[in-house]
Design a protein around this ligand. Structure first.
Ligand SMILES: [Zn+2]
Length: 443
């Protein structure tokens, strides 16, 4: 008896799989571009924290572009300062798990320039890694679309990469070195992660006109009182925001002198509006973010892509970021995402508007195409108009540039590009433009 018992005790137990590090498991992963980008949703994040949800955040850049209201530090040094402002702000909010990736702040409205400056594929690999590491139920990110507003290309790019990561992180064939088991004691290449399919993705936007997003997703009032902190959620968001001093010192000092009514006028008590992206677990468009979500992983869900459209005959279309988003929405099954009824953009009054176009000739013969621009009084076409020869089956990118009047214009103006061949019009492209003072350059 004694001998048998000793043997049993010495038989090694069969090993169990090591589990992913639970300290970094997130319910919601915020994927954004710059320190302060959380401001649009921080009052909602505070509500999630009260519900004992785990929130983590990924910042694609350090936000090193722009002014410094606190000292002479600029560029990379300013980024180092802004990282710390953000960490202090998020600690105040109650979020500790924050990662900064290696993207450079790219101050323009052109998502394609941001993606290029971030070394698109490298940034995507990093975001996929963060999704696999944090295993979020829900991703919240910037809306990838072009709108009159801040329309930051970096914001859009973070939304593009977050969407791609949502569709790729669960796919075991994507970035396989992240998933491979380590083979050395001091492993430096193979990462030992597991595929992870997030359940839902939601967006928010920096567009000037926020009403257009009503009913595109859930809306969260921020005037309720946090049972944990005994403060209204909008006040918790403002307290978090007040760490971003390099960006907003004088504005923050102004806020500190305002009463509640004045603060409400500043928009601090506006509800948080989300836009529903997609769900792999059901739930309704305007229902709660966690509707349909139950604990535990789900299987990889390949995105349902719509086939790209190949226009017949002769065609003209808006290219650049606008053209990219047409393809992007189809590839990721996001055709329902809000977009401007007529493509739009804001530019600084007096600057040059650039209209990227793509001409296609899907006929059987070579065609002479004439491009013309119609713009309101005061605008002056600089380049791009004229005649182009397109061989059968060919396509040609054309950049139309139009100088804008120097005065600010509150309303939108319509610029129309028209294309003709064989004496007949075959297509037009319209763009709505607002002339403002300052703002980010178009590209
Ligand atoms: Zn930003």
């Amino acid at each position: 008896m004694f001998f048998a018992a000793t043997l049993a005790a010495q038989t090694p137990k069969s090993p169990t799989a090591p589990q992913p590090d639970d300290r970094f498991k997130a319910d919601v992963l915020l994927i954004v571009a710059h320190p302060d980008d959380e401001t649009g949703v921080s009052a909602y994040l505070a509500q999630l924290l009260d519900q004992h949800k785990r929130v983590a955040a990924v910042y694609l850049t350090h936000g090193e572009a722009g002014h410094n209201n606190m000292g002479p530090e600029r560029a990379i040094s300013l980024g180092a300062v802004r990282e710390m402002e953000l960490r202090h702000a998020m600690t105040k909010l109650g979020v500790d798990n924050i990662w900064f990736l290696d993207g450079r702040d790219t101050p323009s409205q052109d998502v394609l320039q941001s993606l290029a400056n971030w070394h698109n594929g490298t940034a995507l690999e990093e975001v996929v890694r963060m999704v696999r590491l944090t295993r979020p139920e829900v991703i919240v990110t910037w809306l990838p679309a072009v709108f009159i507003g801040e329309n930051h290309g970096d914001h859009q790019a973070s939304g593009v990469l977050a969407t791609e990561a949502f569709d790729m992180a669960g796919d075991p064939s994507v970035f396989p070195a992240q998933l491979a088991a380590p083979v050395r004691v001091n492993e430096t290449l193979l990462e030992g992660l597991r595929p992870w399919q997030p359940k839902k993705i939601y967006y928010y936007s920096d567009a000037q006109e926020q009403d257009q997003f009503k009913n595109t997703g859930p809306q969260y009032a921020v005037t309720g009182i946090s049972p944990m902190r005994k403060l209204p959620y909008w006040r918790i968001a403002m307290d978090e925001f007040e760490f971003h001093l390099t960006q907003y010192r004088s504005y923050i000092e102004g806020l500190q002198k305002m009463d509640e009514q004045q603060l409400a006028k500043e928009g601090w008590s506006d509800p948080v509006q989300l836009t529903f992206g997609k769900s792999n677990v059901g739930g309704s468009v305007t229902g709660d973010v966690f509707e349909g979500i139950t604990p535990g992983g789900i299987a990889f869900v390949p995105p349902v892509a719509e086939a790209p459209e190949r226009p017949a005959g002769l065609s003209i279309e808006l290219a650049g970021p606008w053209g990219f988003y047409e393809t992007f929405r189809r590839t990721h099954g996001l055709q329902h995402l809000p977009k401007a009824a007529v493509p739009e953009i804001a530019i600084a009054a007096g600057s040059t508007l650039q209209i990227p176009l793509l001409l296609r000739n899907n006929t059987a013969s070579s065609k002479e195409v004439t491009l013309s621009v119609t713009a309101p009084e005061g605008w002056a076409t600089q380049g791009g108009v004229g005649s182009y020869t397109l061989r059968a089956g060919d396509q040609m990118p054309v950049l139309v540039s139009v100088d804008s009047p120097k005065t600010v214009e509150k309303g939108v103006e319509e610029i129309v590009c028209a294309a003709q061949a064989d004496g007949q019009s075959f297509g037009t492209v319209k763009l709505h433009v607002r002339r403002r003072s300052g703002g980010l350059p178009q590209n």
